[in-house]
Write a protein that binds this ligand. Structure first.
Ligand code: PHE
Length: 479
């Protein structure tokens, strides 16, 4: 068998797209995008985010696909470019580890809501008598938080161990469009709630006040950039791995536009569902990482109410959970297969099951603080980072990176390691291997479009944006 057959390739462009879109669309879109937009002024965030996706995101995704297909590996691609670049691969691989440890906490929470609504359908109380205020209760229900984190990790691990990702992909081909449909349905419902219009204004009405001073502009830039990395699954070897399975005749450039486009569409849907819901039900846009859960509970319980609310709530959380699980699988898989490939290359037994178990246990343990600190609401089973630092939410040093463990993990990955990885990757593709992307894209027989722009982007634009982001991050750290 030749090497290509052994590693496998996507049967069709559709299969490739579904897998990469399936990994891209997840909690980043539904949970991350609205809450980050809510914390940084709505319109300003949206504009900066869209500009970043078009100017930086597409180029980086294209670069990663090309790098993967050229070298035929995932995170190992950097080492193939040169021994000294190996460290970039390690850096990229650390991100899925830390991300999954909080991602699974959130996936567990969606599962908890899903079960809650299911129980309600059968006439029982699924939310401990708290109704629409359940979120505040759940945060301090440490046992449930840990139990559902464990369940989310267990399900992810079982799928990766069993190697049944193929089955899940078939399932997600139905679940993703279904999620799109239910999002549109909820958007329409929310649109008719009194006061919802303010939410659209928050998102779409031009308001440049965030751009009036450098600090707030850089803050928006930093948050939007982190969100872009997270949502497009950039700078952690995922798209490099996907690219390595893409056959030569498929167009890299086309796919590097379709994936970000679809991902952004889902993020916009989530925003158009949650922002008006906040306006209608009096939830603060800047409520932080709990925004999705807090606002949607109002929609299902107070807005729709009764059986309708229970059924739609169940369907919604079920589909969100599927979206979260397909992403969790990608995260655990990239770690597991990284080690498995290495062991096979060394002629050792791959021990796939053992490796995924070890990773899952470590990730669970690292995820515990994020599940037990009540997202930094104070006085929880485990103190949040700011509490450990002796700060209060009113102290000057209180910031988005120390307000809870989840945000700290988020800052380390999408705030520091990913921009750093992207900085090095664009410098490599811009200066050291300036023809790699162009040549690889031309392999499919299509002309390489926008050559001048991409050269400029890899050489100057992306490095500049990444340096600004890193600078802002470091500044926030020492504030
Ligand atoms: N992009 C996914 C999301 O938005 C998260 C993810 C990151 C998934 C990296 C896989 C790999 O939820």
């Amino acid at each position: 068998m030749n090497e290509i057959k052994q590693r496998g390739q996507w049967g069709s462009t559709f299969g490739f797209l579904m897998a990469s879109i399936g990994s891209a669309i997840g909690l980043g879109n539904l949970w991350g995008f609205p809450y980050k937009m809510g914390s940084t002024g709505g319109f300003a965030f949206l504009v900066v985010y869209l500009i970043l996706v078009v100017t930086v995101g597409i180029a980086l995704m294209m670069g990663e696909f090309a790098l993967g297909r050229k070298t035929g590996t995932g995170v190992g691609a950097y080492a193939k470019l040169g021994e000294k670049y190996k460290v970039l691969g390690w850096m990229a691989a650390f991100c899925p580890f830390l991300i999954l440890s909080f991602y699974a906490v959130l996936a567990g929470m969606t599962l908890r809501y899903c079960v809650g609504f299911l129980v309600q359908i059968f006439g029982m109380d699924g939310f401990a008598g708290q109704g629409s205020g359940f979120f505040g209760f759940l945060l301090y229900d440490t046992k449930s938080m840990v139990l559902f984190l464990a369940l989310a990790m267990l399900i992810t691990m079982a799928i990766v161990m069993g190697g049944v990702q193929g089955g899940i992909e078939k399932f997600s081909k139905v679940a993703m469009p279904a999620l799109g449909v239910i999002l549109i349905g909820i958007i329409i419902f929310v649109a008719f709630q009194p006061g919802a219009i303010e939410g659209y204004k928050f998102m779409f009405k031009p308001d440049f006040s965030q751009f009036s001073d450098f600090n707030s502009f850089f803050n928006v830039l930093k948050v939007a950039s982190g969100q872009m990395f997270f949502s497009l699954s950039l700078a952690m070897g995922i798209n490099i791995t996907f690219g390595s399975y893409l056959s030569k005749e498929k167009s890299i450039q086309r796919n590097a536009v379709i994936v970000p486009f679809s991902d952004t569409l889902f993020a916009l849907f989530a925003g158009m569902m949650i922002m008006p819901a906040c306006a209608a039900f009096g939830v603060d846009y800047g409520a932080g990482p709990g925004l999705l859960f807090a606002s949607m509970q109002n929609v299902f319980i107070d807005g729709m109410g009764g059986m309708a609310g229970n059924v739609v709530g169940f369907l919604f959380y079920f589909l969100v959970f599927i979206a979260a699980i397909t992403s969790s699988i990608a995260l655990l898989e990239v770690l597991t297969s990284g080690i498995v490939d290495k062991r096979i290359a060394k002629g050792k037994d791959p021990s796939r099951k053992k490796i995924s178990l070890i990773f899952a246990v470590c990730i669970f343990v690292v995820g515990l603080p994020a599940a037990m600190d009540a997202l930094g609401s104070g006085g929880a089973a485990i103190p949040a980072p700011y509490e450990l630092l002796g700060l209060t939410p009113d102290s000057p040093g209180f910031a988005m990176w120390n307000d809870c463990w989840l945000d700290l993990y988020d800052m380390i990955t999408e705030g520091v390691l990913m921009p750093l990885g992207a900085l090095f990757m664009s410098l490599l593709l811009g200066w050291k291997f300036p023809n790699l992307v162009k040549e690889e894209c031309e392999e499919s027989g299509n002309a390489f479009k926008g050559a001048g722009y991409f050269k400029f982007a890899f050489r100057f634009l992306i490095p500049l944006v990444m340096i600004l982001v890193l600078y802002t991050q470091i500044q926030a750290f020492f504030l």
